[in-house]
Structures are given as structure tokens and as C-alpha cells.
Ligand binder design. Structure first.
Ligand code: ZN
Length: 87
């Protein structure tokens, strides 16, 4: 009935459960208490959680690649300074 729930994108925990509110459902992380969007069905709550998880993982990758590219720029700038200093 329920598709697989992706691990928590914030703490990597698999301790996840679907919580039933009065008229909605959401996925909650039992470890860090992160909560997914509230939806009218358990299935939609899980799908929304998985989309959220994928987006957060993607954002982390983009952020990491951006940081690596900035580090490379700084390294190049330092090398250029050294070339200018010692030539
Ligand atoms: Zn978590």
C-alpha cells in the first residue's frame, strides 16, 4: 500500500512514521522530528516526503559543488599570487 519512504534528508535516519492528524497525514522523523508536508492521504504524504527528501539531497549536492568550485577559484588565485610574488 505504502511506497518506500526515503531516509530523512536532515539526519539520514530511517526511523520514520506516518502521523495521522485530524484530516491529514504527514511523515515525521522519529530522530530529528522533521515533518513532511501534510496531505489528505498517507500515500500523498509519503510521496511529498520523498520529493522533499530528493530536493534537499539535490540542494546539498549543488551547495557542495558550488563550495568546491569556490575553493578551486581561491586555490587558483593563491597560485597566481605566488607566481606573481616569486617571478
Ligand atoms: Zn531526521
Amino acid at each position: 500500500m505504502i511506497t518506500n519512504i526515503c531516509a530523512c534528508p536532515f539526519c539520514s535516519s530511517n526511523h520514520l512514521h506516518v502521523t495521522h492528524h485530524l484530516v491529514s497525514y504527514s511523515v515525521e522523523c522519529g530522530t530529528c522530528k522533521a515533518t513532511g508536508p501534510r496531505k489528505k492521504s498517507e500515500f500523498d504524504a509519503v510521496v511529498s516526503w520523498n520529493v522533499l527528501s530528493a530536493n534537499v539531497e539535490l540542494a546539498k549536492m549543488v551547495e557542495k559543488n558550488d563550495l568546491l568550485s569556490r575553493v578551486a577559484q581561491v586555490e587558483n588565485a593563491v597560485q597566481q599570487l605566488e607566481v606573481n610574488l616569486y617571478s
